[in-house]
Each structure stands twice: as structure tokens, then as C-alpha cells.
Design a protein around this ligand. Structure first.
Ligand SMILES: *Cc1c(COP(=O)(O)O)cnc(C)c1O
Length: 413
């Protein structure tokens, strides 16, 4: 099979660029990968996917690879879509679902993007990779880079959760902690040194293929619901690739005519009020978001003060009839504990912020009790253990006791 990719297209001004060579950004802004959807419609039936292995590569016609691309994979994709009856009841929702991305390689949905981006970089012969990260992107690039036999450099804020630091170094990435820096400072280091160091910059949306990997979340969701999309999608937003990628998937599926109805979900972007540039721009009616000063949140994936794809996020939210909403930072750790203890799903703080956002939208009447609502759990909660101060994500253990005391304390009788 040859690829169905026709070209790359600048998201800011529509300029076409050839897809048969390494591309990054155009005018500093991201690129879309475009496909010959008419040819795909002729040659592929969505039922074909069901007979293929349960990884994201089952959607290969809608991906940039071709038959002679070596796939760099850790078995990513087809994460469970779990009905969350108990948490739904607490929220007042009868049709509430969690798509559990915490079960992916490296414990977050970042593996989808990096499986695709590293596969394509490797295809183009690139072997020195670098990325700034708030945590999980570094872990994913380190793992997929190792899988491809590449050399990986990762730059992260010095207060990034320890597990993210450990996963990068264990996978052999040269890992640097940037003191008093945020992901934007890490990004500057990568940008300024890339030419000199011969690095390929994997920063969010600085190359076109991570987005195609993220797109598979939307394709899977559609397939899992029998090619019918839910009413509302709750998605935590940092750099925005998840939300933008999913919206792109839905647009492509609609154009292919594979959806049972043309009704698109309302995309809800969840942030923390400790770093909410997209929410602020949404509320002001703006298409571009100003940088957020002094970004601080225990949901490290949301600690992105300035997103290069801000207009793509805001366009998707508005086109969908959704909204952007910020959770109260001090409520996130509690909401996370509550959600995990209610469902047993390893819900990360980023997605806990979305649970709080849902609460608010339900109270306002913007989400109805019978709406089909899907929360994306973008990462695994255990990666954040010990992060932040005691008020945030700490471990609550009971003190060891002798059997006699135990009996009097915990006995039912
Ligand atoms: C990166 C990340 C996010 C934010 O995703 P974007 O696609 O960058 O908006 C949310 N949650 C987790 C766990 C992440 O690692």
C-alpha cells in the first residue's frame, strides 16, 4: 500500500508543502497532513478495521505511513472505553464513559503521537532527537527513540515529577533539568541549539506527525461507539494536540461518510486556573492566546503557558459548539482521589481537572443528564506520586497496627 497522503498544508495560511521530505512548521505555525479521502472512501470500508490487530496502526490508510515504512511501535492503541457508572451517578450523568489512555506504553496518550512522529523521523533518516517536556512527552520520546536506536535529548522543568525524570534516564535519554524554567524555557533551549546540535525538534506541533498519532484517539472512539460520536468530549488541554487531533479525525470521518450521523461532539477543553491561557482567550473571544504568567499546576501536562497551536485549539472548540473551562487548582488533587476511588481507573490530575469542569457545566445546564459524555484519561496517576506539596498529590497511608487494635478499629461489629 502506498500512502494516501497528498500534501501538507499550513494551518495558518493554507500553503501547500510536499510531504515526501522532512517538514517542520510554516511561518512558525503548524502543518496539517492531508489525504486523498476520495480514494480512501473507494478502497476502504470501516468494517475492515475490525479484522486487524488492536493497535492504532489498524487505521493505516488514514495515517502517513506506507508499506515500506518501518513502524516503530510498542503496541500502542485500542485503549479501553469504560462505562463509568459510579462516577457518572455522582456527577448526575447517565451515559458517562472514560477512554483510558493511562494503559498505553509509557503511561500516557503521548505514546500515540511519538509512535507516529518517531516512525516518520526514522523513515526520513533522522537519528538525533530532542524535545522540551512537561513530563510525559519526554518519557514517550525517550522510549520510542530507544526503540528506533536514536539519540534522545530531553529538557524538562527541574520540578517535573520524579517518575518522568526516571523513565527518561532509564530509556537512555540525555535528560536535563531546567532550573526555574517552564516548558517554554525548555523549548527555547531546544530551538536555539537544534541547528548546532543536529537535533530534530519534536516539540508539540513543530512537526506534522504527532498530531496524526493523536488523531487515532478519535478514530478509536468512533469505532468503539459503532461509528457514532458522543455528545460531549472532555479533554485536558496543554499544547492541544489531543483535542486538535481528535477534531481532525472527526472531520475526516464525516467527509468519508463513515459516521452514522453528522452530529459532532461538543469539545470541552479543561485547564487549571493555575495555567489557563486557552480558557482566557476563549472567554475574550480571541483566536490567539496570550502567554500565561507564572503558570503553576499539579497537573503538569497542563503547565503550558503558550501553545503554538492556540488558534487550532480555539477554532476546534468553537466549531464544535464546546467551550474551554478552568478547574480550581486547589480542588484538583481531591477530585483525582475521588475519581480514582470511585472507579478504580488511574485518573491523572489533568483529567481530574476535566471532572471538575464537567461538574461546573452540569450545574450550568450546559451538559444534560442524558448526554453521552466521554472523559479522556490522558495519563496514569501513579506517575505523579510525591509531586508537589502535601496539599497536592501525597500518599495517605494508615499507620501499621497490631491485630488487636486493628480488630477494634476496623471490625464491622
Ligand atoms: C501532555 C498531556 C496533556 C495535554 O495534552 P496536549 O495534547 O498537549 O494538550 C494532558 N494530560 C497528560 C497526562 C499529558 O501528558
Amino acid at each position: 500500500m502506498n500512502t494516501y497522503v497528498t500534501h501538507l498544508e499550513s494551518a495558518i495560511d493554507g500553503t501547500h508543502l510536499p510531504a515526501d521530505r522532512v517538514q517542520t512548521v510554516h511561518e512558525g505555525r503548524p502543518l496539517w497532513v492531508r489525504y486523498d479521502l476520495d480514494a480512501i472512501r473507494k478502497n476502504v470500508n470501516p468494517t475492515d478495521f475490525q479484522n486487524r490487530p488492536p493497535t492504532l496502526w489498524r487505521y493505516r490508510e488514514l495515517l502517513p505511513t506506507s508499506d515500506n515504512t518501518e513502524i516503530i511501535s510498542l503496541g500502542e492503541g485500542m485503549t479501553p472505553l469504560l462505562k463509568a457508572r459510579r462516577l457518572g451517578e455522582k456527577l448526575g450523568l447517565r451515559d458517562f464513559w472514560i477512554k483510558d489512555e493511562s494503559q498505553l506504553p509509557t503511561g500516557s496518550f503521548k505514546s500515540r503521537g511519538f509512535a507516529m512522529a518517531v516512525t516518520m523521523a526514522n523513515h526520513f533518516g533522522l537519528t538525533r532527537f530532542a524535545t522540551p517536556t512537561a513530563g510525559n512527552a519526554g518519557g514517550a520520546l525517550a522510549a520510542y527513540g530507544a526503540r528506533a536506536g536514536a539519540e534522545v535529548y530531553v529538557f524538562m522543568p527541574s520540578d517535573t515529577p520524579l517518575v518522568n525524570q526516571v523513565e527518561c534516564t532509564l530509556a537512555g535519554a540525555k535528560t536535563f533539568l531546567v532550573v526555574d524554567g517552564l516548558i517554554s524555557d525548555c523549548g527555547r533551549i531546544v530551538r536555539e541549539l537544534s541547528d548546532e546540535m543536529g537535533w530534530f525538534d519534536f516539540s508539540t506541533l513543530k512537526e506534522p506527525y504527532r498530531l496524526e498519532g493523536k488523531k487515532t484517539m478519535g478514530l478509536e472512539l468512533a469505532e468503539q461507539f459503532g461509528w457514532e460520536l458522543p455528545d460531549v468530549i472532555l479533554y485536558p488541554t496543554g499544547g492541544g494536540t489531543g483535542l486538535i487531533g481528535m477534531w481532525k479525525a472527526f472531520a475526516e470521518l464525516r467527509e468519508l461518510g463513515w459516521l452514522k450521523s453528522d452530529k459532532m461532539p461538543r469539545m470541552v477543553s479543561g485547564q487549571s486556573d493555575g495555567c489557563a491561557p486557552i480558557v482566557r482567550a476563549y472567554e475574550k473571544g480571541e483566536r490567539f492566546a496570550d502567554e500565561w504568567d507564572e503558570a503553576a499546576t499539579c497537573a503538569t501536562g497542563l503547565r503550558v503557558p503558550k501553545a503554538v497551536g492556540d488558534f487550532m485549539i480555539l477554532d476546534a472548540i468553537r466549531e464544535s459548539g464546546g467551550c474551554a473551562i478552568a478547574a480550581c487548582e486547589s480542588d484538583i488533587a481531591g477530585a483525582m482521589r475521588e475519581a480514582i476511588s470511585t472507579e478504580g481507573i488511574s485518573i491523572c490530575p489533568e483529567s481530574a481537572a476535566c471532572v471538575l469542569a464537567a461538574q461546573e457545566l452540569i450545574a450550568r445546564g450546559d451538559i444534560a443528564p442524558d448526554d453521552r459524555v466521554v472523559l479522556f484519561n490522558t495519563g496514569a496517576s501513579q506517575k505523579y506520586a510525591g509531586f508537589g506539596d502535601q496539599e497536592q498529590i501525597s500518599i495517605h497511608l494508615n499507620k501499621p497496627v497490631d491485630p488487636k487494635t486493628f480488630r477494634t478499629t476496623y471490625s464491622h461489629n
